[in-house]
Design a protein around this ligand. Structure first.
Ligand code: MG
Length: 243
């Protein structure tokens, strides 16, 4: 088993292990890049997803699908097989909500500092979003730092499929277990990261994943933070940051 996989499995089995002690005997996993989600992770949440899903699905269908999917609704998946007219209308509704979100686009506190830190360590930075390329372009403009590669929903299949993350790993010529996926969605970001074989870090600003709704969800990220500022210390503490 490669050393990095070994350290990863230890990390997963003992998430609460005091690493300052473990480090004396266990080599830290090597990390060569971090891939971020955009909406709600690098930007402050500005899209009312529940309202968007209701507008697309209608109240009854929304309630039915929500009850069947405790982790959250995959709206793009649900409309994939609709007839073309209905689907077009759904995409227009989604685009409306995304446009409203863009008008309110704000950079997440700590994002610039975290990216500055990654740059100082020469770590790679990538981005994967289910939003459209135009939103990523605007984000790049406002943020002033580029993520490379930055994959939007024009790249198929999108999250939670691991394909975009695996694509980034191969573009970077690194292994998936040398990369961390950071995002605010358990069902998209953490699932995508886990399927790819990467480390995963869930950003949960409000503690919503501590709610009883998620108690039965058998899906755990490797790390959970409540702000991007915490990612900085987590990386320094648990990983060998070696580009
Ligand atoms: Mg998100």
């Amino acid at each position: 088993m490669p050393l990095s996989s070994l350290s990863k499995s230890l990390l997963f089995l003992h998430p609460k292990r005091p690493f300052h002690m473990a480090n004396r005997t266990t080599p830290r996993a090597r990390l060569r890049g971090v891939v971020f989600d955009m909406d709600g992770t690098l930007t402050v949440p500005a899209i009312d997803f529940a309202a968007m899903y209701k507008a697309v699905l209608g109240d009854d269908e929304f309630r039915r699908i929500k009850a069947e999917n405790p982790c959250g609704i995959d709206i793009l998946h649900h409309i994939e097989n609709w007839n073309p007219d209905k689907q077009l209308k759904a995409y227009e509704t989604i685009a409306d909500y995304e446009r409203q979100g863009l008008d309110r686009l704000q950079i997440m506190p700590g994002a610039a500092e975290l990216c500055g830190f990654l740059d100082s360590k020469k770590m790679r930075r990538g981005l994967i979003t289910r939003n459209v390329k135009a939103s990523v372009d605007l984000f790049h403009q406002r943020f002033g730092m580029k993520f490379q590669p930055a994959l939007s929903r024009e790249f198929r299949p999108y999250k939670p499929d691991p394909a975009p993350l695996l694509h980034i790993c191969s573009a970077w010529e690194v292994l998936p277990n040398e990369v961390m996926m950071v995002g605010d969605s358990l069902k998209d970001d953490v699932v995508c990261g886990k399927r790819a074989g990467a480390f995963t870090c869930l950003l949960d600003e409000t503690g919503r994943y501590d709610s009883p709704d998620y108690a039965a969800v058998n899906l755990k990220p490797d790390f959970k933070v409540s702000s991007l500022a915490e990612v900085h210390s987590l990386l320094e503490e648990h990983f060998d940051l070696a580009p």
